[in-house]
Design a binder for this molecule. Structure first.
Ligand code: NAD
Ligand code: TDX
Length: 333
């Protein structure tokens, strides 16, 4: 039977990809709750069938709207967040409001109405690893967040765990590594560099670019979340990753050469304060317990498709580009 799924933050990057994924792969009926901050984009939800997807403009901190929408759903999948580390270093307050109070507001509503809840989180809650550390993050790694962004995500995860234990809320949590793919805001690393090249600006690398991120295609994140919603054990955390470790310099060189530019045609800019060195996910639990596997194991192929998407969808990103770069310029980045 078709489920009624409330997806928060689905005008953003990963949430919108999840809704497109649900429409293509299930019979579910979806309600989107999104505040349409600078990161929300109506164009990310165009082309979806009106009889399956309803979009509500609202704040997850608004208890009244959240209560009404949760009451009318079977499952809540919570993506909405302030998501950018650099922004959190300059103005942390919205991160506390949305990531902590917003999650609290949702948890109280699912508790009142006895609804299934899935919480989307990040591997950044675990802090960072040395480049030569043979270990990767697992569900047992202690929390050690570095930035205002990751500390508010860690706080939101802790709220979920407390609401499961103290109030019996039917929740699961997933912590995923860095996503790439279509519809990601141009403030983030990969889209920033692709669109810089497209507008004739040089790409910008923080520091020496030796920081490692563990890349996963957004569709693989979506398939993992759906699997956890359908078969995950209540109260459990699942790490999501696709064995995609690469340092930033390597990724930037792949973008440059993939777009017909010399591999060194970029600028080094001032590093991010507190910049996490390396993230790496061990997703054995998700793979063995729930039988999940990534469908996009080839990063270079996925990156080439992502470059094509930005080439073909200039109308989607162009309106945000100049303001995003002006903000970075003020910060020396
Ligand atoms: P994004 O910034 O692209 O989108 C966030 C969306 O949330 C936007 O549409 C925005 O309008 C909405 N939003 C913000 N505040 C809101 C509020 N108060 N009420 C309602 N809506 C609000 O973010 P993203 O990269 O798609 O990340 C989505 C989720 O996935 C976040 O929870 C993030 O922590 C998590 N995550 C992201 C990554 C990644 O690589 N981007 C990796 C792991 C986990
Ligand atoms: O211009 C840039 N140059 C650069 O070298 C930008 C924007 C970033 N970087 C570096 C910083 C990071 O090491 O690239 C790496 C990736 O940066 P971001 O895209 O800002 O991502 P990150 O900080 O790793 O966090 C992302 O993954 C985890 C998401 O933004 C988070 O929401 C998610 O939780």
């Amino acid at each position: 039977m078709a489920r009624k799924i409330l997806v928060t933050g689905a005008a953003g990057f990963i949430g919108s990809n999840f809704v497109h994924y649900l429409v293509a792969n299930t019979d579910d009926v979806v309600t989107v709750l999104d505040k349409f901050t600078y990161a929300g984009n109506e164009a990310s939800l165009t082309g979806l069938p009106e009889n399956r997807v309803t979009v509500v403009r609202g704040d997850i901190c608004d208890a009244e709207v959240v209560d009404r929408l949760v009451a009318d759903s079977d499952v809540v999948v919570h993506y909405a967040a302030e998501s950018h580390n650099d922004n959190s270093l300059h103005d942390p307050r919205p991160f506390l409001d949305t990531n902590i109070i917003g999650t609290y507001t949702l948890l109280e509503a699912v508790r009142r109405h006895g609804k299934r809840y899935h919480h989307i989180s990040t591997d950044e809650v675990y802090g960072d690893l040395e480049l030569d550390d043979p270990n990767r993050f697992t569900e047992a790694t202690p929390y050690n967040p570095s930035s205002p962004y990751s500390s508010t995500k860690a706080g939101s995860d802790m709220l979920v765990r407390a609401w499961v234990r103290s109030f019996g809320v039917q929740a699961t949590i997933s912590n995923c590594s860095n996503n790439y793919g279509p519809r990601q805001h141009v403030e983030k690393f990969i889209p920033r560099q692709i669109t810089n090249i497209l507008v004739g600006e040089r790409p910008k690398l923080y520091g020496e670019g030796l920081n490692v991120r563990d890349w996963i295609h957004a569709d693989d994140h979506s398939s993992a979340v759906l699997r956890i919603v359908e078969a995950g054990r209540i109260g459990e955390t699942y790490l999501i990753g696709a064995d995609g470790e690469k340092n930033n310099k390597e990724v930037l060189e792949l973008i440059l050469t993939g777009m017909g530019q010399p591999a060194d045609a970029y600028d080094h800019v001032v590093d991010r304060p507190g910049h996490d060195l390396r993230y790496a996910i061990d997703s054995t639990k998700l793979r063995t317990e729930l039988g999940w596997q990534p469908s996009f194991p080839d990063f270079e192929k996925g990156l080439a498709a992502t470059i094509d998407w930005y080439r073909e969808n200039e109308a989607w990103w162009q309106p945000q580009k100049a303001a995003t770069e002006a903000k970075y310029k003020e910060q020396g980045q």
